[in-house]
Design a protein around this ligand. Structure first.
Ligand code: CAA
Length: 288
């Protein structure tokens, strides 16, 4: 089994940036692609900040930090991806956008050794793989969690077309990146969001129905169930628009209206209260 030496990440957002960072920390060269140069600059800045902080805390030597930063490159040129031997797509959760990318990836990476992974949190791997003509057996789900450098899991999802060899190699690479890989089959939401999102949705129902105020709902789940964050705080952390979107994917994919987003969750999204990223969701986040 040949070792992966260069991992390409498509999308320089929070997830893509985190995936590139953990790859670099595992001594794998990372190339971050994004069509928007501003997104690349932000990603580069965040890498430097997080890695410098690890040095300050004594978790990383300066020379290791410099080597890690030097092994990440940032580009808006698709041609610069050519040398990669593994790709992880981490762009917006939009099937049409992902399909266009996987069509292009299959045309660019014709070697049977190059795995084309997606970090989708709920979209069908089988569906995305249909766009990778001739390479659908190399398409796999590699679902990281936010914040990627901290969270220990990679959910590995096989589409109907994914080969066993590709799943095995995805498990091996995830472990090399310091994560625990756990396998799930390709049903809407896989395991993580099939269970997490209805719980978050239920917290919105509990708030909407006046069962308790948000602080009490979160406090009860933190102190009573040992959650690091209450479900409403976690919704703000993930993004209320993302939570509502995933609930709709579950409702469509599992053929059941019981998964539709809670009306209060939908209303907050309509009002632009998207969570931490917009400064207000369930709770308020003053600009730092
Ligand atoms: N990026 C990188 N590192 C971060 C970070 C970020 N955004 N936020 C926090 N950290 C690091 C801190 O630097 C700190 O590192 P050290 O231990 O090395 O010092 C560590 O995380 C702990 O941070 P804090 O002490 O500041 O805060 P905390 O103890 O409250 O932990 C937390 C913060 C790790 C985010 C914790 O609250 C937590 O685990 N929350 C739940 C997160 C979760 O459930 N994520 C999954 C979301 S769902 C998802 O991603 C999938 C999906 O499909 C929607």
């Amino acid at each position: 089994m040949s070792e992966v030496s260069t991992l390409a990440v498509i999308g320089a957002g929070q997830m893509g940036g985190g995936i590139a960072q953990v790859a670099a920390q595992a001594r794998i060269n990372a190339v971050v692609f994004d069509a928007a140069p501003a997104a690349l600059d932000k990603c580069r800045g965040l890498h430097k900040k997080l890695i410098d902080r690890a040095v300050e805390k004594g978790k990383l030597s300066r020379s290791d930090a410099d080597a890690t930063l030097a092994s990440i490159t940032y580009t808006s040129r698709w041609e610069d991806l050519a040398g990669a031997d593994w790709v992880v797509e981490a762009v917006v959760e939009d099937l049409a956008v992902k399909k266009a990318i996987f069509k292009r990836l299959a045309e660019t990476f014709t070697s049977d050794r190059v795995v084309l992974a997606t970090n989708t949190s709920s979209i069908s791997i089988t569906d995305i793989a249909t766009a990778a003509a001739g390479a659908s057996h190399r398409v796999v789900g590699m679902h990281f969690f936010y914040p990627v450098p901290v969270m220990g899991l990679v959910e590995v999802i096989n589409g109907l077309q994914t080969s066993k060899d590709v799943v095995d190699r995805t498990v091996a690479l995830s472990a090399r990146m310091g994560k625990t890989p756990l396998k799930a089959n390709d049903r809407a939401g896989f395991v993580s969001n099939r269970i997490l999102m209805p719980m978050i949705n239920e917290a919105f129902y509990a708030w909407m129905e006046g069962v308790a105020e948000p602080e009490a709902i979160d406090g009860i789940m933190k102190l009573g169930c040992n959650f690091p964050m209450g479900p409403l705080r976690l919704a703000d952390f993930i993004g209320l628009d993302t939570c509502a979107h995933i609930m709709n994917v579950l409702a469509d994919g599992l053929n059941s209206e019981r998964y539709r987003p809670c009306p209060l969750l939908r209303q907050l999204v309509t009002a632009g209260r998207l969570g931490e990223k917009s400064g207000r969701g369930v709770f308020e986040y003053p600009a730092k």
